[in-house]
Design a protein around this ligand. Sequence first.
Ligand code: GLA
Length: 405
Amino acid sequence: MSDSLTARAADVFLAAFGQPPTVKVQAPGRVNLIGEHTDYNDGLVLPCAIGYRTVIVARERDDRLLRVVAADYDDAVDTVSLDAPIERLAAPMWANYVRGVVRELLARESVHGAARGMDLAIAGDVPQGAGLSSSASLSVAVCTLFATQPAFQDLTPIEGALVAQRAENDFVGCKCGNMDQISSACGVADHALMIDCRSLDVRPVPIPEGAAIMIVESHITRGLVDSAYNTRREQCEAAARHFGVSALRDVDLADLQLLGTGLDPVVLQRARHVVSENARVKAAALALAAGDLARMGVLMAESHVSMRDDFEITVPAIDHLVEIIKSAIGEAGGVRMTGGGFGGCVVALVPESLVDAARLAVARDYRAPNGELATVHVCRAAAGAGPVEAASPPRQHLTASPAFH
Ligand code: GLA
């Protein structure tokens, strides 16, 4: 575990509040192996938590005030009263993630004014804007912190994840699905999670021995992400209405062929991505459990093509990055864009013996449109949110590769 992160949060805490923290929690970011834009269609996803995290250190107060400071921003302290309506701020944005979660938590019936005030310092090392869920890790860390209070001890990891999602949906204003928060809350070391985003069933699937998860940051700035994301959601909802179901989870490929005529061609394409992606996640969970990286490679390649051609959320430089890695790993593993799209990261699942070849190929052949080199991280699936102590070595294994800058 990068204890330096906790130490940094503790230093900032001491400087801001004049005494040491007594509680330390963490929540990880995530990378999605397969199952993109399926979560808000009540579908299936196969992500894992990663060793980049948000750490919050805190100390309970005698009153009903929250005072919050973020190590990575300025020294400004955001002060919130638990007895007054909690408002959204124009800035800083990080404060809204905390405020939104707290507001949701206070709305729980069981709380009845029993929440206690706290001082908090936040530090994180999840790359921001890279599609690795830095914001979900912050929101889930706030839930995890409050779950240490008696008033919230009944808050399960899944409930905490849903609180965090609601805060992002309704307070921050991002209409994301529930994958990121559930991955962060429920991660299991060395396992991916097969999440049924409708039933909320979470099934850990072991990552095969000898397989490495490579995360390659393209450094392509994601433009228009929110509006493009929301448009895709609306198109999926329109398709579900056409098929007379509550979500595309209830449509299969045969339905698409039989009943898809009459649907706007672009909406049909979007639906085909979601429906085929759900089928691929099922197949991928089986392939992963069987240690079949070659089959994972086929499914991840199909997923990428579907995101590129049907869902239209990739960009040429990302397609090129995927091709570079594929040419280095051949049939032995898989690679695809991961996350919401339009930039961000590529994920590869490869035998450890091919990591160096993939790394070299990326360093040699890839440049972002602005000339920047990619950053490569080789990691193992991490445990989910919890007390910092419970996440100590050997459960956290993320090794940042020597970055190619
Ligand atoms: C973003 C959202 C998730 C999910 C992915 C796409 O990460 O936050 O809920 O929809 O995009 O799979």
